[in-house]
Structure formats: C-alpha cells, structure tokens
Design a protein around this ligand. Structure first.
Ligand SMILES: [Mg+2]
Length: 367
C-alpha cells in the first residue's frame, strides 16, 4: 500500500480457485485439464453442483446448478463426490499459511478468508507483498492456486479478488476506490442478490455511479437497513473489522453419514451421538448456551437450520439431545433423505454484537 496511508487498514481477501474441483484435480492427475464437477451425481433426482473446474465452467456449469442440467450442458463432464474431510484438511493448512503473517484471520468458508495485515507479524508492511507470498506458499506447499484482493476494507478486497480469477492478484488502492466503485455493476455489490438487483434495475440503478445519486434516506427507503450500507460502500467506506474466531460464538458438532438416513430411528440414534460430542465440548469449555440449533443437510445438498431458545443457559446432555430430536420431528417427512446432521449451542451469555447480521441470512445454502 502507499506509504502515506495514515490510519488506513491493509485488508487481503484470499479465495481459492474452484477449490473442491482443484483439490480433486490435484489428487487425481487423470482429472487435470478435464471438466470436473464436484457435488451430487446426475443419476437419480436431487444432486447439485458444489464446484465445477474451470474446464467445466466453459460449458456454463455453475455452483448450485442441478447435476442433471450440468450433464446436459457437458455430457463428457466427470462427476465426483465431494471429500469434505480432505477439503477441511487442506483448509487448515491454508490457514496455517495465513497465520505466519497475521492472527487477524476471518474465515468465510473452507476456501475463503479475510486477513487484516495492517500490522503484520513479520514486519513486511506491504499488503501486496504479503498477498504474493501467501499465493506462492499455497502454490508451492499445497499445489493449488488462490486469488487475492488487496485494499483498505473488506468489501473492496473481496470484490477485487474476483477480478483476475483464477490465479490472480488485484490491488485497489485508496485513490482508485472511488472510480472502481462507480464502475461496478450492482450485481457485484456484496449483499445484492437477484431480487435486489432486479429492483435496482427497475429504479434505473445499474452501476455504483447510479447508486451514488441516491441519498441515504432514499436508499434506506427502497432497500431497508442494507440501503444504508450501500450508501457507505459506494463511497468506499466499509468499517467492518476483520473478526477472528467468529466460530467461538457457537459450539457444536456435525456428522456427514456414509449413507443417507431415511428412518427417524436412525436419525435419532445419530442425534444422540452428536449431542454427546457437543455435551463433552461444552464441558471442556465450561459453557452454557441459551440457543440450540439443529442443522440438516438433505441428499440434494439443500440445508436448513432450526433452533430453539431457552430462558437460561443449558448444558445437560438430555436437554440437548431431546431438543434436537424435537426440532427434527417438526421438519421430518417420510420421503426425505438426510446426509448430514449437526447440533450447535450459541448465546453463551455475553452480549453478541451482530452489526453485520444481515449478511448472514442465507436460509438456504450449499454445504
Ligand atoms: Mg473459492
């Protein structure tokens, strides 16, 4: 970054390129250079694409697309079931690389994280240099590629990491932010989904420059709470800190099963086991939580969560297990196949600041 940056932060967003598919291509040399689709298989109903290799993307295959449709688009695509344990292992190694430079790491998923390197451990000082070293380490040590975005805040860094994908690095310095934001199509704005984008287009808002013409009140009127965020972001202002250890806000356990569960008895049995793991972890950390959340992932990779909150914190095994079963019973229907169950506790008593809560409202997500 520039030497006259004053109090400006140095934020890096790192995003692995086609992560699951790249790991599969790395571990199976016969997949190299081929269209690989990681996710549900196209046979039968249900399966969806988790990640497609760049070779597969050329055919229009995208994440969350039904695997059947992916097969129609590219009949010679190779479908591979995900190996989450492996991806998790790689993810831990990537995080270890990050931690050589900073402890301010906020993982967004297995393959994506924000790093605040304003005050890096090695005294390197240049965020571009750090991002370069990280990308090189990922390449030489893990044989994978990552793209990086470097800027002074999370939003611009994340948007930037997408620009020169795959295997790219994009730096948007303070003097470039304004024009960068003005030229950005609204779809690229964080928090703008399909519905919001359509609404914006009806209002004749196509780019950041159009968005900038609206007052804060107008934006909040049209888009609610997030409208005020757009007002700031289009001016290059994003003060959200990089929050390490977000995961300590909740504690839980989950299990992906070797075969999909179809009977409620089987599901209850698994919930008992998972509840025991959660209970042991709570004991270890001496925590009581007020909210129990049940996570269900179906065979088609659709995921839902259901939760129940108590008036005071709980940590006993039977309450955890029984509450999880009750939550499951309420959603159970005969024809459902479940590939993963998870239980977590949260609301540990401290006041949890949730300033960016509206980004976490993905009620239906993949994995
Ligand atoms: Mg990625």
């Amino acid at each position: 970054m520039t030497t006259d940056s004053g109090n400006l932060r140095k934020i890096i967003h790192i995003d692995m390129d086609a992560f699951y598919a790249s790991v599969e291509q790395r571990d199976n040399p016969e997949y190299k250079g081929k269209p690989i689709v990681v996710g549900g298989l196209p046979q039968g109903r249900g399966g969806v694409v988790a990640t497609a290799s760049y070779e597969a993307r050329k055919f229009g295959i995208r994440s969350a697309m039904p695997s059947k449709k992916a097969q129609q688009l590219c009949p010679h695509a190779i479908f591979v079931l995900p190996r989450f344990a492996v991806y998790k292992e790689v993810s831990v190694k990537i995080r270890e690389i990050f931690s050589r430079y900073t402890d301010l790491i906020e993982p967004l998923s297995l393959d994506e994280a924000y790093l605040d390197v304003t005050d890096d451990k090695l005294g390197i000082g240049s965020a571009i240099e750090i991002a370069t070293q990280i990308r090189n380490a990922i390449k030489s040590e893990l044989n994978l590629t990552a793209s990086a975005g470097v800027s002074i805040n999370k939003f611009v860094a994340k948007t930037a990491s997408d620009i020169n994908k795959p295997d790219g690095l994009t730096f948007i310095g303070p003097s470039k932010i304004e024009s960068f934001m003005e030229n950005l199509p609204v779809e690229k704005f964080f928090g703008v989904g399909k519905v919001t984008a359509e609404k914006m287009k009806r209002l004749n808002i196509h780019t950041g420059a159009d968005l900038k013409k609206l007052t804060e009140e107008q934006l909040s009127l049209h888009f609610g709470k997030i409208g005020r965020f757009f007002y700031k972001i289009v001016r290059g202002i994003d003060e959200r800190p990089v929050q390490p250890n977000r995961e300590t806000k909740s504690l839980g356990a989950e299990d992906t099963f070797s075969h999909d569960l179809t009977s409620i008895e089987e599901m209850f049995e698994q919930l008992d086991k998972i509840a025991l793991t959660v209970y042991n972890r709570l004991q270890r950390y001496q925590l009581k939580g007020r909210t129990i959340t049940l996570k269900i992932k179906y065979s088609d990779f659709k995921q839902i969560t259901r939760n129940h909150s108590f008036a005071s914190g709980i940590s006993d095994l039977s309450t955890i297990a029984e509450t999880a079963k009750e939550l499951l019973s309420k959603t159970f229907s005969e024809d459902q196949k479940i590939r993963l169950l998870g239980i977590s506790l949260s609301n540990f008593g401290e006041i949890a600041p949730s300033t960016n809560r509206f980004f976490d409202t993905s009620q239906l997500e993949l994995f």
